[in-house]
Design a protein around this ligand. Sequence first.
Ligand code: DX5
Ligand code: ZN
Length: 220
Amino acid sequence: MVSPVRIAPSILSADFARLGEEVRAVDEAGADWIHVDVMDGHFVPNITIGPMVVKALRSHTSKPFDVHLMISPVDSFLDAFAEAGADILTVHPEAGPHIHRTVQRIKSLGKMAGVSLNPGTPAKMLDYLIDAIDLVLIMSVNPGFGGQSFIDSQLRKIEAVRKMIDKSGRQIALEVDGGIDVNTAPRAIAAGADVLVAGTATFKGGPAAYAGNISRLRGT
Ligand code: DX5
Ligand code: ZN
């Protein structure tokens, strides 16, 4: 591991009534990316935000918007999220019929393309995608809610994907999402992660605590 770990606060745990301020606060507190969890009540059992909210937040930070799409079908919304200001668009292979085509579409929109693996989805899913993507997002909880417990079995998957990425020789971010806190962050990093999503662990304690929370997750 050569690259320093990046922290992507998930605004799912922010105060939704003050989202713009919350995004500015985590930006100032040292967030590297802003992780936006998009849920449709169909692919996952929760509903969150759409492209209009992403667009409204865009002027509140210049940090990359890491948009995690938990919606199905996903293809018809790629353009809207790209236009709204997403920098990274991450999709689940189960969210459409042709994951390779979806990745190609994201790239043609000029965005970084991510593929996310649910806890039950094998690393093998990436075999014929690894040469086309910019990011792998390992779900260490089943998607849908913040505040769940880290599933330990996903550490082996992080290790396996780290090997695939290194073998590819390409610049591919390895991001882990779900149940990240001061105890699980070092384990995910040791397994090969270089981006950590953290909702609960970033936003606990309110704005005065964000900088300390983020720095502790980074291990500094
Ligand atoms: C879950 C989301 C996560 C979630 C993480 O479906 O993808 O980004 O918000 O929340 P914490 O960090 O609280 O586990
Ligand atoms: Zn997420």
